[in-house]
Design a protein around this ligand. Structure first.
Ligand code: PRT
Ligand code: ZN
Length: 224
């Protein structure tokens, strides 16, 4: 389905949504978020915003369904590895890193357990929502392990006896501390990024993306 309007997928509700909407507004895109709409039309530019779960954004870009998307690098890289493993298209163009959504993906263990390096993780079971990123990291270290896939409550897995360690997103570290865990390895430092589908877009769309990027540059620099 072709449309002349530029389609941008953003997170509907969550840690990236507020700052993402603010950034677009500062770039001069006028829109009104009302109700539970999936698509919101910009009032002053040929742009449609698609409000979705963040998990869906990489796939929408890689399948060429939307033109642009804003997504955390952690999610983007996990989906990309997952799709490559399945032989599905996993291409995208990273337009720019943004100044929000910062966090790290870390392996954490019981705070009272001594830790001397990755070898201490040998043969351990690691609970995570990011099995591909964990595997990539552990493979480069040559450390074998097993996973326990959890889409939520990852931090309680060791206490619940489901796993020996976890690999989850950390920002302040308060969640780890509250669960008696400590960071052992940082496997990825992530921020929100603006990505574009890898297909060739009509000239007008590409020109509009160019204008948005120029404005974004100004907006982000002004904040620094
Ligand atoms: O509903 P939807 O699927 O769209 O949202 P979601 O629940 O999957 O994602 P959401 O909104 O929680 O996070 C979206 C993105 O924000 C993530 O993919 C990251 O790129 C980024 N981000 C930045 C974070 C954090 N910081 C973060 N701290 N995502 C999650 N957390 C969680 C973490 O999982 C842990 O539970 O916060 C807790 C740790 O925080 P601290 O401060 O206690 O260390
Ligand atoms: Zn999600």
């Amino acid at each position: 389905m072709q449309t002349q309007r530029l389609r941008i997928a953003i997170q509907k509700k969550g840690r990236l949504s507020k700052e993402c909407q603010e950034l677009l507004k500062r770039c001069g895109v006028k829109f009104n978020m009302i109700g539970e709409r999936l698509v919101v039309h910009a009032e002053n530019m040929p742009i449609d915003l698609l409000l979705v779960r963040d998990d869906d954004i990489p796939g929408l870009i890689m399948d060429g369904v939307v033109d642009l998307g804003v997504i955390g690098e952690n999610e983007l890289e996990e989906v990309s590895l997952e799709r490559m493993a399945r032989g599905e298209p996993a291409e995208y163009i990273k337009l720019r890193r943004l100044d929000f959504g910062g966090c790290r993906l870390s392996i954490a263990i019981d705070k009272d357990t001594e830790y001397n390096g990755p070898q201490d993780l040998q043969g351990k079971r690691i609970a995570t929502t990011y099995p591909q990123l964990v595997k990539r990291y552990m493979d480069t270290l040559g450390v074998s392990f097993s996973t326990c896939m959890l889409n939520g409550s990852v931090e309680v897995a060791p206490r619940a006896g489901l796993a020996d360690a976890i690999c989850d997103l950390v920002s302040t570290g308060a969640t780890l501390e509250a669960n008696g865990l400590k960071e052992a390895e940082v496997i990825l430092r992530s921020k929100a990024v603006l990505i574009q589908q890898s297909g060739t877009l009509p000239n007008e769309k590409q020109a509009l993306i160019g204008r948005l990027l120029t404005r974004m540059q100004g907006v982000i620099q002004a904040k620094e």
